[in-house]
Design a protein around this ligand. Structure first.
Ligand code: WT7
Length: 654
């Protein structure tokens, strides 16, 4: 049994949920009156333009509707309503890669959002329901543009700045976006990098829906300018009024799309709602991050991922908090950057990914000791299971053995945390996401809904709809039903399956064991094997390919490809210079098709792949082989069982 760490009660005297008894009381309330539980919070937390009368509509399950006859505006919820009590409070504290700083109070943010919203409406004719793609660096204009969309009821789709032109184009086309907002570029590790060039390339083919590109100036580098299509954000905004009426939208009006990888096919446009999403974003800020009026909160994610949406922009601002936004990377100019910022801004909650913790541990184990980190109360992690060594360092060296660690388990589709410790209540076990949050019916079950016995792996499911859940996949409702409600049932009814395996221990603690599908978790981000394979197949000499995850010191999982070439001259069979050349070429294709985040760490050129007689690639065998595990699977059903030994042999020579 693992060690248990109890919350430091001194730090959490005023926590929203102060004890396990309070936690259990809330869980009980949700058990007894599920709709009442959510209805009460929705009334209390959201400033409705028109109050709702219906709480949950399950008629068209799994297309659930929450608070459907209510009306609100998410930008109003995040900014406007705070002017009464917090107009001069810092809303966003920005720190650039080079250390430049910019603070936006709620009042200033209100003006910027309004001007931007007016610009979208007046200059680009963006109407309620129109899609706007944001391809942005980590600068305040990213958050401002998201909120400006929300203000006028436009639907944003933020595309992570590390995605390639090809990936950006796919997302623009799928969403039929009318406007792309981008920047010339930004700074990373002291040097400028470019985004606009990627947008130019994306738009060079088949993006007819795009009428304009609005470009923020950040690094001032030279860019190509297409008259009649490209517009200068910084110039246009000067003429816009600071007054903009928020558009009242229905509770279920889509707030945004965010594309994420699945096990098959192209990325899916996960569609989120307005009311349910913002309600849970705000509530989890209060419960999991115990956000208080004078706190300064920092989440190091990028706005291009769901963590950036919910826990840099929407959650903190809905809660009226001060949120720090950082353009740079944690290791520049040195591995003390984050801790220097914690000291400088007196950060109270720090939220990052295990991959960053491992990197900082490895490259700067003694850095935290050089700074005053005594302001910290809560340390968060997200994206993948955290290993004991990283956990211990985070807890002791960063948190001074004083802070609560919240290992928050959730996904793009859940909108916000679903399984997580409560910092003032939950005794924590390292590497363990602990318990479902009140109102979230997370269960570890088999396909038929039977709870998995203690210590055995089961499926992590959420067996009741919850307000911040995914509403559909943009343009593909069938895929939505199939992807999330096709695998597990409870009481004969399909329930939401996360795609993750999990285990429950004798104390009821939940440990997430990782994906059960063909999705690789690279540095806490999902990568679909099918997507990477599709890119690799574009190489003219590739006959077949299978991609699997391979344990990696920093990334958690790296990408490993088994490649079958069409023609291999015999003298080159054993991984010589020509193979390295092919590897480079393949990675160049991946970079162009998806982006650097999907690059293969390693490849093996093999004569064939282990396939069943019906042609199905046995990935489980390939996963075991790359880990150097003994093959326990039955190989007699393979078309050619000898291939396993051949690959094993090849890998041992690498
Ligand atoms: C997948 C979701 C949620 C924002 C970051 C990634 C894995 C997430 C944890 C955790 C173990 C975790 C799961 C999940 N994951 N948090 N605390 N412990 N695994 O969002 O790209 O939608 O990926 O990340 O496998 O399904 P995402």
């Amino acid at each position: 049994m693992s060690e248990i760490y109890y919350p430091n009660k001194e730090l959490f005297k005023d926590a929203a949920i102060k004890s396990m008894d309070e936690y259990r009381a809330l869980v009980q309330k949700a058990e007894e009156d599920y709709e009442g539980f959510w209805g009460d919070f929705a009334k209390e937390k959201i400033d409705w333009f028109k109050p709702f009368t219906k709480i949950l509509n399950e008629e068209n399950a799994p297309f659930y509707k929450w608070f459907e006859d209510g009306q609100l505006n998410v930008a109003y919820q995040c900014v406007d309503r705070h002017l009464k009590t917090r107009k001069n409070k810092a809303a966003i504290i920005f720190e650039g890669d080079n250390g430049d700083q910019r603070v936006l109070t709620y009042r200033e943010l209100f003006y910027e959002v309004n001007k931007t919203a007016n610009m979208f409406k007046n200059k680009f004719n963006i109407q309620k329901g129109d899609r706007v793609v944001l391809y942005m660096p980590m600068i305040p204009e990213a958050a401002i543009s998201m909120l400006a969309c929300a203000k006028i009821g436009a639907i944003h789709s933020v595309v992570f700045g590390g995605f390639s032109a090809e990936a950006l184009r796919d997302r623009i086309i799928d969403a039929e976006a009318k406007l792309v907002v981008t920047a010339d570029g930004a700074y990373r590790k002291g040097k400028p990098y470019m985004l606009k060039t990627v947008v130019d390339e994306a738009l060079s083919q088949g993006c007819e829906s795009v009428k304009a590109v609005c470009v923020v100036e950040r690094n001032g580098e030279n860019i190509h300018w297409e008259a009649g299509r490209d517009y200068a954000f910084n110039e246009l905004i000067k003429n816009e009024s600071v007054v903009c009426e928020p558009e009242a939208v229905e509770a279920e009006h889509p707030l945004f799309l965010l594309y994420t990888s699945g096990s098959t096919g192209k990325p899916k446009g996960v569609q989120h709602s307005s009311a349910g999403y913002i309600l849970w974003a705000q509530m989890t800020m209060e419960w999991v991050f115990d956000i208080k009026e004078n706190d300064t909160y920092w989440c190091t994610a990028d706005v291009g991922w769901i963590t950036g949406h919910t826990y840099i922009v929407y959650g903190p601002l809905a809660a009226g908090a001060t949120t720090v936004m950082f353009e740079g990377v944690p290791t520049y100019p040195d591995a003390g950057r984050c801790w220097r910022m914690v000291e400088e801004y007196q950060i109270n909650q720090f939220y990052t990914a295990p991959t960053a913790i491992r990197l900082l541990h490895k490259t700067g184990a003694n850095e935290p000791a050089k700074y005053d980190l005594s302001s910290l109360r809560i340390l968060g992690t997200v994206g993948e299971p955290i290993d004991p060594a990283a956990w211990k360092w985070y807890y002791e060296e960063v948190g001074g053995s004083r802070c609560s660690i919240v290992d928050t388990y959730w996904q793009t589709e859940t909108g916000g945390h679903v399984i997580s410790p409560l910092p003032g209540a939950t005794p924590i076990k390292p590497g363990c996401a602990t318990f479902p949050l009140p109102g979230i019916k997370a269960e570890i079950i088999d396909e038929d809904g039977t709870p998995t016995p203690v210590g055995e792996k089961g499926f992590a499911c959420i067996t009741k709809p919850w307000p911040s859940m995914i509403r559909t996949i943009w343009g593909d409702p069938e895929r939505f039903v199939k992807s999330y409600f096709g695998d597990c049932k409870k009481d004969g009814k399909p329930v939401y399956f996360t795609g993750d395996g999990a285990m429950i221990d004798e104390d009821g603690y939940i440990t997430i064991t990782g994906r059960t599908d063909d999705v690789i978790n690279v540095s806490g981000h999902r990568m679909g094997t099918a997507e990477v394979e599709a890119a690799i197949k574009k190489h003219e000499n590739v006959a077949a390919v299978a991609v699997v995850g391979k344990p990696h010191d920093i990334k958690g999982e790296g990408i490993f490809a088994y490649v079958v070439l069409k023609s291999v001259p015999s003298e080159e069979r054993d991984g010589t210079a020509n193979m390295l050349e092919t590897m480079k070429e393949i990675n160049m294709i991946i970079k162009a098709e998806i982006g650097a985040i999907a690059l293969c760490d390693d490849m093996a050129f093999v004569p064939d792949l282990p396939k069943t007689r019906s042609g199905k690639i046995m990935r489980r065998i390939l996963r075991s082989l790359v880990k150097g595990e003994k093959i326990t699977q039955d190989t007699s059903t393979l078309e050619d069982p000898s291939i396993v030994g051949i690959i094993e042999d090849l890998l041992s020579k690498k």
